[in-house]
Write a protein that binds this ligand. Structure first.
Ligand SMILES: Cc1ncc(COP(=O)(O)O)c(C=O)c1O
Length: 354
């Protein structure tokens, strides 16, 4: 059987004991909230030994409260991370061919290839979606994957409407909004959730592991027209989301001040890092970004060398982007973290600057 690989950030990609600060995973800079942690501690004995709610009913109601209309219980699927829902989407709709812009998150390709589908890659143009080319390549495809804001570029696209309106509605479109909650308000990043009942071919994906710092617990959801949600739910494994993850999600959505605080930190810290990297360092320049991570362009060396050097010198782990399709080995991706952590990254970059 052919093996396909898909690389990620995170401390388990190398020897975890070498990592002092992980900039390679882009999650909430404040991590998990105290309120969620307290709820988990209190309920650990009970929830560890009973079966979880297979319907995720309380969590779905909280998601409806959070996102508002036009959602109903039957428009939501909950997953063991957003990743599980990418696979369920693919199992539900993909057979022969899909369209994927590049560079982007690799699980869309991985899931589609595992099902035997061919991939039509559409390179970004100046880091932006090439909408005409996506429209052209979507012929004979069953699905298109759009990551908005995109990973690893960090940019939000305001031009999906033209693409979605130009696509035959037999082609399903997965819009991955896993990082949308971190986009600055000023950018007016409009979600497609309000459109799910107008378009019967759109699925919007969200990850709670990023917004609420639950990467280890695993939690994500997707919303769509109920007729599509029903098809995705046919691929759900019974009890796929454990009780602790469900409780964490419910408590996180009842305490949104944690996410608001994180958004403020991201906005000011991203600006701080950009100004300092671009003014002070000659071997590195930071790309524009709308979210909680950004690409750093390397003027010397390659991304694997720089990752290994920062790790060896200071225990700082960055994302080596050389394994993203459609990007060369001159980029690393780093998360926006707290001020003290960002200063450590800056000092570490400064120490290898030429
Ligand atoms: C764009 C994007 N979507 C989805 C995921 C997966 O998220 P989860 O941890 O909820 O499975 C990631 C993880 O890095 C991601 O970058």
């Amino acid at each position: 059987m052919i093996q396909y690989s898909c690389s990620h950030g995170g401390v388990y990609t190398i020897n975890p004991s070498l990592v002092k600060v992980d900039f390679s995973s882009s999650i909430n800079p404040l991590g998990i909230s105290k309120k969620v942690l307290n709820a988990l501690r209190k309920n650990l004995p009970k929830l560890s030994s009973i079966y979880p709610d297979n319907e995720n009913s309380i969590l779905k109601k909280k998601i409806i409260d959070y996102l508002g209309s036009p959602l109903t219980l039957d428009s939501i699927n909950i997953g063991n991370g957003a990743t599980e829902l990418i696979y369920n989407f693919v199992r539900s709709f993909v057979r022969k061919q899909v369209v994927i812009p590049s560079p982007t998150f690799c699980e869309y390709e991985m899931a589609s290839r595992k099902l035997g589908a061919k991939i039509k890659h559409v390179p970004l143009k100046n880091w932006k979606l090439d909408i005409d080319s996506i429209l052209e390549k979507s012929k004979n495809s069953e699905a298109i994957f759009l990551c908005n804001p995109n990973n690893p570029t960090g940019l939000f696209s305001h031009h999906l409407e033209r693409l979605i309106e130009g696509i035959d509605d037999s082609i399903k479109i997965l819009i991955d909004e896993s990082f949308i909650e971190f986009v600055d308000e000023k950018k007016h990043a409009r979600t497609f959730i309000e459109k799910i009942n107008e378009f019967k071919n759109i699925v919007i994906l969200r990850s709670m592991t990023k917004s609420f710092g639950l990467a280890g617990l695993r939690l994500g959801y997707c919303v769509s027209h109920p007729s599509i949600a029903r098809k995705i739910s046919l691929n759900k494994i019974t009890w796929n989301v454990n009780g602790l993850a469900q409780l964490a999600g419910v408590t996180a959505l009842e305490n949104l001040s944690h996410l608001r605080r994180a958004r403020k930190i991201i906005k000011s810290e991203r600006e701080f890092m950009h100004i300092n990297i671009n003014k002070k360092l000659s071997s590195f320049s930071a790309n524009e970004s709308d979210v909680n991570y950004y690409l750093i362009h390397l003027h010397h060396g390659n991304s694997t060398q720089i990752r290994d050097l920062l790790l060896k010198n200071n225990g700082i782990l960055v994302r080596d982007c050389s394994d993203f399709k459609g990007i060369n080995d001159k980029y690393i991706r780093v998360a926006v973290k707290t001020h003290d952590e960002n200063l450590e990254l800056l000092n570490s970059l400064e120490s290898v600057d030429k």
